[in-house]
Design a protein around this ligand. Structure first.
Ligand SMILES: C[S@@+](CC[C@H](N)C(=O)[O-])C[C@H]1O[C@@H](n2cnc3c(N)ncnc32)[C@H](O)[C@@H]1O
Length: 235
């Protein structure tokens, strides 16, 4: 199944605003037409894909949802060459930007899912991901839009299914209402254990965090918060 529209027809609400922006440059169109098909995550039946099979030399598989311009994905891929990264984004310009970084920097440990991340998550096998990142997701600040936020109880169920026991998830935002709502949802879920021991554990950027151009715009209403969770076995 490759089209998120068919998967979610009449289903969950869209969590993103737009897929198209400025027209892609000639090089970006070539990257989308020629490089993307080689890197596309082969999502098929629900629960069927073991992503370790996509990375012959990797000892871990990580996942990033909504990578924007891709700076965090490419930075983590370079810092962790033994890790395979599944990277998901729906915004064409962002996808093309990541493809440009992959080509320019010779990155070989990233695969791309250019559709709704929730479809890819559904397609992954149980306990197949070591670490997931959801960084500065679309905040949908207006109250009537908040149901579009990607951190929903059923999506946490889906993430808990694919992340290995002992695996980790990092969530970050600079929007107060989202920070509060997401933390409550994670803490109410039996699989997510918050690792913070002291305020600086969530107030300060973790040592391995990589800032993106989006984060640097500081569009939110608070300083960023970083919530790291450890996933426990599901009964
Ligand atoms: C506010 S941006 C942040 C981008 C990036 N994480 C960063 O920190 O720079 C959130 C991104 O998530 C993407 N997004 C939203 N819902 C998504 C979904 N269901 N699947 C994949 N990407 C999604 C949007 O297209 C947008 O580019």
């Amino acid at each position: 199944m490759s089209d998120s529209k068919s998967r979610f027809a009449g289903g969950p609400l869209k969590t993103f605003g737009r897929r198209g922006g400025r027209p892609l440059s000639g090089r970006q169109r070539v990257l989308m037409d020629e490089l993307l098909p080689n890197l596309r995550v082969p999502v098929d039946e629900p629960g069927a894909l073991d992503p370790a099979t996509l990375f012959t030399d990797a000892d871990q598989v990580w996942l990033e949802i909504g990578f924007g311009g891709g700076e965090h994905v490419s930075g983590q891929a370079k810092a962790n060459p033994q890790t395979g990264i599944l990277a998901s984004e729906v915004f064409f310009e962002g996808i093309a930007k990541l493809l440009g970084q992959i080509e320019d920097e010779g990155i070989s440990n990233v695969r791309v899912w250019p559709e709704d991340a929730r479809v890819m998550v559904d397609g992954l096998a149980d306990d197949s991901i070591d670490r997931a990142f959801i960084l500065f997701p679309d905040p949908w600040p207006k109250a009537r839009h908040q149901k579009r936020r990607i951190i929903q109880p059923d999506f946490l169920d889906a993430l808990a299914r694919i992340i290995k026991p002992g695996g980790r998830l990092r969530f970050a935002t600079d929007v107060r209402s989202y920070a509060d709502e997401a933390l409550e949802r994670f803490l109410n879920h039996p699989a997510f254990g918050w690792t913070a021991q002291a305020a600086n554990d969530w107030r300060l950027a973790p040592a391995d965090h990589i800032e993106t151009r989006y984060q640097m715009k500081k569009l939110g209403d608070i300083e960023p918060v970083y919530y790291d969770f450890i996933i426990s076995a599901q009964s």
